[in-house]
Write a protein that binds this ligand. Structure first.
Ligand code: ADP
Ligand code: MG
Length: 342
């Protein structure tokens, strides 16, 4: 009787899942399930297989919960060119672990490009004119997390910050603590996942590949140096060894290749449909239109170019169609004489 067998299979599956969840709860104060988190990440981030594997290792280690209590739970440096998923990876991780992509403390290091801006991290010294003592850019609650959830902090584009800002990060990585200059308060990073992102070395990598693919180097069939060597060199030129030593894992992101573009288009369209669902509307995109969106794309901007093209080439036409037919639920997007039509 296949039905009963199916049912039995289903029940025992469910039982296995429950037992697993129970035993996972016994070994860990953390409530996230590593398998679920990594499955979400793999579904939402295109490519970057090695990065996903490293994050999977980190998640299981974290879940087992035997880490050193005097430093952050983990320190990861995500490296690679622009628009390949570095920031998105941390946002999706926050969504999968904490319920929302915004449940993290993001520090845009671009805004800390000048020396005195390290005061924005540690608070300004007592008596410093124009700003309140002990005030900091950090969102302290999000850094602390809670008993059952880690906090997440993202130092985005660290190469943009002044060296003095980077130096004040050293303490965090080292001791898991940051004392604000007012001296009265301390931020505790010992329950925090620390992520740093950087595009250091990305340009050198691209230049190297290019110079070996043409001219005399190509004629002599010389092989370019390994990409990881170029990355190491860029990293060592820019940061002190003490800083690099305090990073647990350095994760190089790859350039996205043509084969991954359609998957990216699908992801962006899925996001669009998610936004549209609050208006009870959906787009259905023809094969031709989908192909069109994944072609003619500018590698300099990575996947960002795809999102931009959906925004400027598709969304205005969709908006018009929606305003003309407010009752309509499904909008077909097709390609006609090399332009999108809704
Ligand atoms: N590998 C990827 N998988 C899925 N989406 C990506 C990927 N790379 C980039 N994107 C999309 O492109 C946009 C820019 O990516 P982002 O992660 O911010 O780039 P960066 O690597 O410069 O931090 C994001 O909105 C994201 O949706
Ligand atoms: Mg980024």
């Amino acid at each position: 009787m296949p039905f009963i067998n199916d049912q039995f299979g289903h029940n025992s599956d469910q039982l296995a899942r429950q037992t697993y969840a129970q035993s996972a709860a016994r070994i860990s104060r953390f409530k996230f399930l590593p398998e679920q988190v990594i499955a979400t990440l793999r579904a939402r981030i295109v490519g970057q297989r090695d990065v996903m594997n490293a994050i999977e290792d980190m998640l299981f280690t974290l879940k087992a919960d035997f880490g050193d209590k005097t430093r952050p739970l983990s320190v990861m440096l995500l490296m690679g060119p622009t628009g390949v998923g570095k920031t998105e990876t941390v946002r999706v991780l926050a969504e999968a672990m904490l319920g929302s992509a915004d449940e993290l403390c993001r520090i845009d290091m671009n805004t800390l490009a000048q020396e005195h801006y390290s005061a924005a991290l540690t608070g300004s010294p007592p008596g410093y004119v124009g700003s309140k003592e002990g005030q900091t850019l950090f969102d302290i609650e999000r850094i602390k997390g809670s008993f059952s959830e880690p906090g997440i902090v993202l130092f985005d584009e660290i190469e943009k910050a002044d060296k003095s800002v980077v130096r004040s990060l050293m303490n965090i990585l080292d001791t898991g603590k940051l004392t604000l200059t007012s001296g009265t308060r301390e931020i505790d990073f010992s329950n925090t996942l620390v992520f740093l992102t950087s595009n250091l070395g990305a340009r050198e990598q691209a230049d190297s590949l290019k110079s070996y693919s043409q001219g005399w180097r190509s004629a002599l069939r010389l092989k370019p140096p390994p990409q990881s060597e170029i990355l190491d060199q860029a990293l060592n030129t820019y940061f002190d060894p003490e800083f690099i030593n305090r990073i647990d894992r350095i994760l190089p992101f790859n350039w996205l290749d043509d084969g991954q573009l359609e998957a990216l288009v699908d992801l962006e369209l899925m996001k669009l449909n998610k936004r549209l669902s609050s208006r009870q509307a959906q787009v259905v995109v023809s094969e031709g239109a989908r192909e069109y969106l994944s072609q003619h794309y500018d590698t300099r901007y990575g996947a960002r170019d795809i999102a931009r093209r959906i925004r400027v080439e598709l969304e205005p036409k969709l908006a018009k169609a929606m305003i003309e037919a407010p009752e309509k639920k499904e909008f077909e997007v097709t390609l006609q004489s090399n332009a999108l039509v809704v």
